[in-house]
Each structure stands twice: as structure tokens, then as C-alpha cells.
Design a protein around this ligand. Sequence first.
Ligand SMILES: Cc1cc2nc3c(=O)[nH]c(=O)nc-3n(C[C@H](O)[C@H](O)[C@H](O)COP(=O)(O)O)c2cc1C
Length: 215
Amino acid sequence: MEFLNVLNNRRSVRSFSNQPISDKDLREIVEQALLAPSWENTQPWKVYIAGGNTLKNIKQQHLQYSKDKVRSNPEMPIMHYNQWAKDSVHNIDQWNSDINNFLGDESDEVGDVQFKLFNAANIVYLTVPKNSSSWSIYDLGAFGQTLMLSATNKGIDSIPAYALVKYPDIVRKNIDIPDDQMLVMGIALGYRDTSKINDFESKRMNLDDVLKIEK
Ligand SMILES: Cc1cc2nc3c(=O)[nH]c(=O)nc-3n(C[C@H](O)[C@H](O)[C@H](O)COP(=O)(O)O)c2cc1C
């Protein structure tokens, strides 16, 4: 795919069909993500992919936790809404209002798809060592984006989501992740279905609100 098409086609997809992804594609996507840059080539990442019965169990347990309103307990701390910077809070509010307006009567879908882990064909879990520098989190972000762009290039959809790692005990019960690794992020993969939520496009800030070129 042409580079700009890959960039434009990568959007968070929140409802996947039952079409599976081949192991060959999964391996190639991760192999291409390995090309991401990292601090002094530390390559701090490890990748665990859930599929088949493992993912079925994770989905069932996640759904139960969600129904029981179990408190989330992520390994990388989250900040309360009020603690984010003013511009970020504004963007969060804007995003919530945009997606709810777009979905109208179907706005419950935003929560429901999270409960179902987006019906992902596979979930990629990304970890770094627990004693990592913050720079490794920066590196892991580059790794995740490279992975998603590589998936897009193959026509495979994705979403990076906190929802996938909010209950790490479920993930650890089903996947053998060493204790010295911190579960940072999850990326759901699959092929989009025809749900309306998949047609939603998040807006972006204006270039001039973000960029300053000093000469
Ligand atoms: C760190 C991170 C966490 C996210 N967590 C969630 C999530 O839990 N649920 C969700 O629906 N989307 C989640 N998203 C997706 C964002 O909402 C999405 O990336 C943003 O709105 C921009 O839209 P786009 O990915 O379609 O370009 C997350 C994205 C990132 C980078």
C-alpha cells in the first residue's frame, strides 16, 4: 500500500468480524514492528499474542469483570480525568461528544464494544521490564504504532486500547508473562465488521495549534 494510504487507513476499529488472522501475518506484523527505534537500541519490548481458546477465556472473564463492575487495576498507573492538562481535557470532552453524537441511539455501543474486547481476532499485549526508564514507554509507543501501520498495510484493522489491559490479572491468568515484565498496553487486531461505530473518525487538532517553526 502507498505510505499515505497506510497512514490514512489506520483508524481505531472497535468491532471486528469473526475472520481469523493467519499466524504468518501475525509474525510478519511483529517482525516489521521490530524496526521501530529505541533508546540506544534497547529494544525493551516483549510481545504476547492471545488467540484461539486463550483469547476466548480472556474475553469471557473480561466480560464477567465488566458486568460485576470490578475496579480496574492497570500495571501502568492512570491519571484521573481532572489531572490531565487543560487542552487534553478539552480533547477528551470533544471526542466523547463527537462519538456519542455520531452514534445517536446506539451510543451505548461505545461501552458495549469494550466489554466484548471489540470481538478481536487477536490481542497483542506489549510489555517492558518493570524497572524500565520512561524512555522505554516512549519506545514502546513507537513499536505499537509501527505494528499497527504494518497491520494496516496488510488490510488488518486495529485499536490500541487501555480497555485491553485494565484487568492484568485476567491476562496473566491466561498468558505466562514473567513477573518482572510490566503489562503496558494492548492492541486488538482483526478485520472490521459493518457496525456503525467503525465509521466514526476521530478529529485532529489544527496543525497550527500544534506546530511552531522558529527561524
Ligand atoms: C494509549 C491509548 C489508549 C486507548 N484506549 C482506548 C480504549 O480503552 N477504548 C477505546 O475505545 N479506544 C481507546 N483508544 C483509541 C483512541 O480513542 C483513538 O486512538 C483516538 O480517538 C484517535 O482515533 P484513531 O485511532 O481512530 O485515529 C486508545 C488509544 C491510545 C493511544
